[in-house]
Design a protein around this ligand. Structure first.
Ligand SMILES: Cc1cc2nc3c(=O)[nH]c(=O)nc-3n(C[C@H](O)[C@H](O)[C@H](O)COP(=O)(O)O)c2cc1C
Length: 608
């Protein structure tokens, strides 16, 4: 079949991104804004729009051989080297297209595609650049051709270090590939655009058993906060526990003890009204299908994400702003609205383009959602998920120190607004820490948990599961937990629960022990001999020969699991350093990498 695409014609150009926490989304958006001035036909899509319909038209379809296509992919990784949720459908498409191919075998399915990839990642994760590398290798296998080298940006050093030079070189490379494509002769174009034998290909694709993948399709559902409690823990901090109930049942394939879900917080009524009043906006005015009020409530972040002031300054005449404001470069919409003069000049359209969107917030669960108390067994679906977080009790210098998500949840709880609908998201890719049930309960492989502060949460839900199945098992593997707190009298979170489960575990395992490191003060409390205490940080337990011997034995001989959860810089790096330095080189970086690859070292570390 002769194609209608003619030599000399411009290719279709797509900027395609997948992003979990917004970085790739933002970079692709910024790039697209300038790029589309030179190439007005270029289009930008999120990867999951592949082969979907938008306003009655196909959004983008790389499989369709209707034209030559230039694609700029920007993607991060999440979970364990997985694609962000909003790229998962495209990844599935790539898997389907390639699973009938042997290793090293290629097809021509995407021979009409010319592409490059920018990968964002973090080398602290074992599958560094998992998703971009997967994307690159599958595109190649399907015959797509690279026109500019893939770049690997690393958050552990600095994303900008790689992103900026890559973006600088990108324009020239696009210009040059377009020039090249326009010079292709018709015969070559026809060859690239010849459809592959669909029947033969489809037969192979259909033969693939897709069952396991479909179970793990991420779930977006709405839910409500149905209750919770506030417990003071220190003079200035309190602990909030919040219980969510989802509208749809959530499968245990998507979340289980140890893992997290995310939800979209909303701005408070008070903040929305404040901003509307300051800017003199009409709350019912429409932007697309949403009113200004809707956008302010559910879409744009008023209090925690910052907008780029320089952009607003050049787009609108904001010379009246005081110097101190201009110097701040980035500012939240709320802070921006504090400068009270001449705000009638600022149109509400900034909500669409300039104000950052609300980002999803991830929380590990602290309950065992899948244990059915009546049936006394673990079931496959659940509606109720509990989380917890610490909060400063008081405002500091008149400023509310709460983040958007935490104040959102606290307000709902305090004002009992339990009917408010919240968008929630469950994905298998949030399963970093998990409970290796068979290995721990049947094979008695040991578990080592290391955490501090609220990093304890994934372990609390795992311990809940162990408590729930306790009666039905004679023996358990050894379980040791090294828990770091600031003060054991004030910040010993989940104290009663921990003492209870460790009392039980000691009866049914050879050696299970709770180790408590208190960094600022250590009380005289003995906890009935149940807790081994120490002043210092968690890794100071590595000074203790018996702790070192256990960790060595559990990991190197008994194939146990080490799970670490907490802040990357204050916990993660120090614990890894301790493992490197205090164990006679048994846990060098390469040894730890091996443990990560075999799944025996699980790291859930977050930035400040
Ligand atoms: C829960 C979680 C899991 C992650 N897993 C990986 C990973 O397996 N490999 C990797 O290279 N980076 C991983 N990262 C790092 C992200 O890819 C990195 O932060 C990136 O800048 C995020 O970009 P985004 O905001 O566009 O999603 C992970 C980050 C988080 C929060």
């Amino acid at each position: 079949m002769e194609s209608t695409y003619k030599s000399g014609q411009n290719p279709q150009i797509y900027i395609l991104y997948a992003s979990e926490t917004g970085n790739c989304e933002q970079i692709s958006q910024d790039f697209f804004e300038t790029f589309s001035k030179d190439y007005p036909n270029a289009k930008r899509f999120v990867l999951n729009d592949h082969q979907t319909q938008k306003n009655g038209q196909s959004a983008f379809d790389l499989q369709s051989k209707d034209a030559l296509k230039v694609c700029i992919f920007l993607t991060s990784s999440t979970g364990d080297g997985d694609s962000p949720d909003n790229g998962e459908i495209f990844h599935k498409f790539l898997r389907k297209q390639t699973n009938h191919l042997e290793e090293g075998q290629h097809s021509t399915a995407l021979s009409h595609v010319f592409y490059t990839v920018l990968g964002l990642g973090d080398s602290n994760y074992s599958k560094f650049q998992g998703a971009p590398r997967f994307l690159d290798s599958k595109l190649k296998q399907l015959g797509a051709q690279t026109f500019y080298d893939r770049a690997e940006a690393d958050e552990a050093t600095s994303l900008e270090l790689v992103v900026e030079p890559w973006l600088e070189g990108l324009n020239d490379s696009i210009n040059s590939i377009i020039r090249k494509i326009k010079k292709f002769d018709q015969e070559y174009i026809d060859q690239l655009l010849t459809p592959i034998d669909v029947n033969e290909h489809q037969a192979q694709v259909d033969g693939h058993d897709d069952e396991n993948e479909s179970i793990k399709t991420p779930l977006m559902t709405y839910g409500n906060i149905i209750g919770g409690k506030i417990t003071p823990c220190s003079p200035d901090r309190e602990l909030l526990e919040i219980e969510f109930k989802t509208d749809k049942p959530v499968s245990r394939d998507l979340i289980d003890v140890g893992s997290a879900f995310s939800f979209l917080p909303q701005n408070s009524e008070e903040t929305i009204n404040y901003v509307i009043e300051k800017f003199k906006w009409d709350r019912n005015a429409l932007i697309g299908n949403d009113t200004v009020y809707d956008l302010l409530q559910k879409s744009v972040d008023i209090v925690s994400e910052k907008l780029k002031l320089s952009k607003v300054l050049t787009d609108y005449d904001l010379q009246f702003l005081p110097e101190e404001a201009k110097e701040s470069k980035h500012i939240t919409l709320k802070d921006f609205s504090e400068y009270t003069v001449k705000f009638d000049q600022i149109p509400f359209s900034i909500l669409e383009d300039d104000v950052p969107k609300i980002k999803e917030r991830y929380y590990s669960i602290i309950n065992d959602p899948f244990y059915d108390e009546k049936e006394k067994q673990v079931v496959e679906t659940s509606h109720t998920f509990k989380i917890c977080f610490g909060l400063h009790k008081f405002s500091v210098r008149g400023q509310n120190r709460f983040g958007l998500a935490t104040s959102f949840m606290k307000d709902i709880l305090v004002n009992q607004e339990f009917s408010r609908k919240i968008k929630m998201h469950f994905s298998h890719s949030n399963r970093i820490i998990y409970f290796p049930h068979k290995e721990y309960v049947q094979e008695l492989k040991p578990l080592i948990f290391i955490c501090h502060g609220t990093g304890i949460t994934p372990f609390i839900s795992i311990l809940e599961r162990i408590k729930n199945i306790y009666e039905s098992h004679e023996r358990f593997g050894d379980l040791i937990m090294l828990f770091g707190v600031r003060s054991d009298t004030e910040n010993f979170l989940f104290r009663e629960q921990l003492l209870d489960i460790f009392t039980k575990l000691k009866l049914k395992s050879d050696y299970s022990q709770l180790y408590l490191a208190s960094s600022q003060s250590l009380s005289e409390e003995t906890y009935n001999g149940l807790v081994i205490k120490r002043k210092g940080h968690v890794q100071s337990f590595f000074e203790d020969q018996s702790v070192r011997d256990r960790i060595k034995n559990y990991l190197l001989e008994k194939e146990g699991y080490l799970m670490i959860c907490g802040n990357k810089s204050t916990l993660g790096q120090s614990v890894i350093k301790g493992l490197n330095e205090k164990f006679d080189e048994l846990f060098s970086h390469s040894q730890l990498d091996k443990l990560k690859q075999s799944g025996n070292l699980l790291l859930e570390l977050w930035d400040d």
